[in-house]
Design a protein around this ligand. Structure first.
Ligand SMILES: Cc1cc2nc3c(=O)[nH]c(=O)nc-3n(C[C@H](O)[C@H](O)[C@H](O)COP(=O)(O)OP(=O)(O)OC[C@H]3O[C@@H](n4cnc5c(N)ncnc54)[C@H](O)[C@@H]3O)c2cc1C
Length: 402
């Protein structure tokens, strides 16, 4: 068995990788366990908010992310029938952050950038095709049972951070619930090369409609020339085969944005969407972060960012414990701070975002759209609104909890 005075991280997704780079930054040895052989590039998160960029700057990787991504200084809230409702200018956050914009960069590229940055550090190992099966702990150690292509193994460390996603095996080995609900409709994500900017869309758009809302984003894509992702809700009675049918996708896109030529489709993906938060982020020496701790709908682009904020908070506390500057119960503060804001901000905001987009009551819809018009016409109102939407307020709220 290798030296066990180390932190074990389960899951090398964007959050696990970010936990790893933080530990390396603090000089804490770690072992990162990942089930897959390679970083997966399925189209999930593409939006990075200002506080995440501020945090990545402390690790020296923000610049590379900004070079590889698209800076988006404004985004649209639209109505599918009537068009533009509000054009939000993130420039009003100039006093709040050195990065008053959203960065569009796919999550697998974030993981890749962090992976490369790790290479200049020592005393860590990344073990791929190592799938966590079970976790046990004693007073001083935590033991992780993994399956590997060479058979089962047992890996021991001082703490374990479960960053192993929504279906987290680590969380299942903890004494915690994962209460909440699952949306009945799945979300269909269609990626196309069609340039929606030609017909007036911003690089980020939320488009309300009582029958079929959608969200539309431009991300750099595989060749950095740009690709557009359109997110639609789907009928729970339709199968994946029916939803992925070429003609059905073409008809859906044509009804959203009619054009003469057919759309060139690059990807189609279907996601089940949940709203859940773990009842505790700590069970002794075992902790959870990212989707293992909270899952939510993607409207607002918050889930992965929230996971980044979790691990910056957690690793800062672990570093103090590692150097005997703090007692182990500092880990309870991690749980209190991050779980509270997951409930107060992440869940509330993403549920509200979806309700606003799909609202079927014409009067309520119009009143909401009027409120957005009023917000953008007054910087004194736009700033607090965008501080919340850009996740700045959530960070400040977490810091206020002790
Ligand atoms: C369509 C869509 C769009 C989204 N857009 C955004 C966005 O713009 N902004 C945003 O902030 N969020 C967004 N999200 C959410 C975002 O994708 C997730 O919050 C993010 O992937 C969470 O990262 P994670 O590292 O916690 O988990 P994951 O990305 O799920 O990574 C978990 C890792 O753990 C590994 N693993 C799992 N089980 C085990 C095991 N037993 N042993 C070892 N390894 C294991 C997995 O292989 C994986 O590599 C979106 C989600 C969807 C579906």
């Amino acid at each position: 068995m290798e030296n066990d005075n180390r932190v074990i991280i389960a899951g090398a997704g964007p959050v696990g990788y970010t936990a790893a780079l933080n530990l390396a930054h603090y000089g804490i040895p770690f072992t990162l366990l990942e089930a897959e052989a390679m970083i997966k590039d399925d189209p999930r998160a593409g939006t990075i908010h200002p506080p995440s960029l501020e945090m990545f700057e402390t690790l020296g990787v923000a610049e590379t992310m900004i070079e590889r991504g698209y800076i988006v200084r404004n985004y649209h809230y639209r109505d599918r029938k009537t068009g533009l409702v509000a054009n939000f200018d993130l420039g009003v956050l100039a006093e709040d952050t050195p990065f008053p914009y959203r960065l569009m960069l796919e999550q697998h590229k974030v993981s890749g950038i962090v992976h490369d940055a790790l290479q200049k550090h020592n005393d860590f190992s990344i073990l791929r095709q190592h799938t966590v099966k079970n976790v046990t702990q004693s007073r001083d150690t935590v033991t992780v049972e993994v399956s590997t292509p060479d058979g089962p193994k047992s890996i021991r460390g001082r703490y374990l951070i479960g960053c192993d996603g929504g279906r987290s095996q680590v969380r299942k080995c903890m004494d915690v619930d994962f209460a909440g609900f699952t949306h009945p409709e799945r979300f269909l994500v269609v990626s196309t090369t069609y340039n929606f900017a030609d017909v007036g869309y911003a690089f980020t758009n939320y488009i309300a409609d009582p029958k079929e809302w959608c969200a539309l984003f431009k991300v750099p894509g595989w060749n950095d020339e740009g690709i557009w992702r359109v997110v639609f809700p789907t009928d729970p009675n339709l199968s994946q085969e029916e939803l992925f049918d070429d003609d059905a996708i073409e008809a859906r896109l044509q009804s959203f944005q009619a054009k003469k030529q057919p759309f060139e489709i690059v990807h189609r993906n279907l996601y089940q969407v949940h709203q859940r938060v773990a009842s505790s982020y700590r069970d002794g020496r075992i902790l959870v972060a990212g989707d293992a701790a909270h899952i939510n709908n993607p409207l607002g682009g918050m889930g992965m960012n929230f996971g980044f904020h979790d691990v910056f908070s957690l690793t800062e506390k672990l570093a103090k414990i590692w150097t005997n500057e703090a007692e182990e119960d500092l880990l309870n503060l991690y749980d209190r701070q991050r779980r509270t804001v997951a409930e107060e901000y992440l869940q509330r905001q993403t549920i509200e975002n979806k309700k606003n987009l799909e609202n079927t009551d014409p009067a309520e819809r119009e009143a909401f759209h009027d409120s957005l018009r009023e917000i953008i016409s007054d910087p004194a109102k736009a700033r607090p609104y965008l501080r919340r939407a850009s996740m700045i307020e959530g960070i400040e709220r977490a810091a206020s909890i002790n």
